[in-house]
Every structure is written in structure tokens, then in C-alpha cells.
Design a protein around this ligand. Sequence first.
Ligand code: ADP
Length: 327
Amino acid sequence: MNDDSGLPEDGEQVPSSQTDSSSTDPDGFDQQPTEKDQAATNQASSTIQNLATIPQRAVARQEEADTILTSTPIVDVRNLAKTYIIGRTSIRALQGISLGVYQGEFVAVMGPSGSGKSTFMNLVGCLDRPSQGEYRLAGKLVSSLSNDELANIRNRQIGFVFQGFNLLTRSNALSNVILPMVYAGVSREERERRGRSVLRLVGLGDRMDHKPSELSGGQQQRVAIARALVNGPSLLLADEPTGNLDSRTGLEIMAVLQALNEQGLTILMVTHEPDIAKFARRQVTFRDGLIVSDEPVLSPASAKEEWTKLVNKVTAEHKVKVTEETR
Ligand code: ADP
């Protein structure tokens, strides 16, 4: 199958050091900030403060968006089932679920381990086929397409963001972001222009030549978000996007996702953390391959506000400590 989902190729592995965030401290604040941490915080601060200036769907194919009637769901699954057969055992990972996700929604998919979240995301992401049921993406029936057609739709319509970032370790930020456009057959000049544009969009205009190892965990995830946006997708699929990040950096990434959503991007995000799901506008919970609840979040928390509060608190505590030590 033509792999255009942004996963590393050519035997490139994501080393464990890359999938770790820069700190092992869950909150990221017990240790003295290093110069690299401080620089990353300053840079994140500038990104967070400037999020309001993200242009609307900067690289989206607007004419396509315009033709999608607002009443047509971006994701429309009906009675979707998936059964895995292993030897003589069959595992009913999804038992017939129906769900519509509309343009501009931000949906958190929750549920315990083994409840079918990944199976559902793989189907929605056109990475696998259902055993039964129908799936329409932006009005197009995809459940019966050929492998090549699926690869094409995946590349053009869906952006993926993974827990482990899945960046090519030997390539710089710009090359990573450009990759999906190579598969989409975009001209070299246009690739360069769009690549730079989306990296600036996520606040990494000054890090385009940096390799993943030269970036913080949050910056790597922002490169991955830029890569996901570069073909102007109808849908962003995020699988535990903050799972490898400390809580401050997780807030930074959620602020970026919220800003993109506020400007019209449809987002479907798997998370097992209620503290992350509270930033979505809707929470869908899976259990045993079924949807057991589907609720709107009436007033979603603001990740930007929480990030700012957290950084101010830590800065104030740091100042008190320094003052006490110098007495
Ligand atoms: P979750 O993402 O909520 O943890 P999954 O979708 O990964 O749940 O798994 C749902 C069920 O399907 C589990 O019982 C799991 O063991 C099974 N499963 C998932 N993927 C496969 C596979 N490729 N082959 C066989 N069984 C699988």
C-alpha cells in the first residue's frame, strides 16, 4: 500500500529518546530549567500568544471546503463493525457503531483500553477496512474503495498526528513537512512555499532547518501538526497527541489544536485523559466496541489560558526560590 500517512519510511525508526519528552518529570517543573528548556518555553510563549493570528485554513483547498454542504458530515459511519480473526478466534473490536462528525467539530474519543478506539481511528483514517457497515468521508463512500483510492483520499483529506510524533529523524523540520506533498504530486516550488507557511503557522518559522533531535518534544509535535495540515485536510486525526509530553507542553499542543479548530478545522482526537478531553467540544466514549455515551462539552476549557496560568505560577515560584536562596 502506498504509505503517505507521514510514517517514517526506509527503515527509519523513531528512537525512544525522540518519543520521550525532554523531561521525565510528569509536570516538567521539579528540575531547574535548562537553557534549552527556557528557550523552548520562550518560543512556546510566543506561539501561544500569537495563536490568534493563525490564518483561516492557511493551506486548505477552500473551493473544496465551499462545496461541502454544512449539513453533510465530514465523518459519517453507519453500523460500522470490525472483526479480527486470529486462528479460530474472532475478536469483535467494533460491534456496529454509527456516528456523524460535522465540519468544525472537535471530538474527543475516550474509553478504556481495548474498547475499540484505535480500531475506529484506523477505519476513519482509511488505514483499514470495516468488516461491515458504511463509511462516508466528506460525503464520499470510502468503505468500498481500492487500496490506491484509499491511499489517495488519506493523503489529501486526512492529517494524522501521533503520540510518538513519527518524524523522520535524519530530515529537518521543513523536509518532514514537505513529505506528504511529494506523494500528492505538488510542484517543488509550491511544496517549499506551503511547507514554510505551515511551519510559520505553528510558530516554528525559526526552526525549519532543525532536525527532530534538535527540537523539544512540543516543537516536534508542532512539526507533526504542520505536516498534518500541509495538504489542507478536511479532517485532523490525533491519536493521544499529548501522551508523550509533560503537562505544560501538552497544554501548549492543545492550545494549538484549539486555535486550529476555532478557525474551522475538524478534529477527532483519541485520549484516555479527561484533563485533555475537556478541551474538546464533544466527548464520545467507547466500551466493548460500542459507543456508550456521546455528550457535548458545554464550555470547553481554554488550553491557552491554562498554559499561561501554569507558566506564570511556575515563574512566580521560581522567583521566590531565587530570592530566598540569595538572602
Ligand atoms: P483501544 O484502542 O480502545 O485500546 P483497540 O481498537 O486497539 O482498542 O482494540 C479493540 C479490541 O480489538 C481489543 O480486544 C484488541 O485486542 C483487538 N485488536 C485490536 N487490533 C487487533 C489486531 N490487529 N488483531 C487482532 N485483534 C486486535
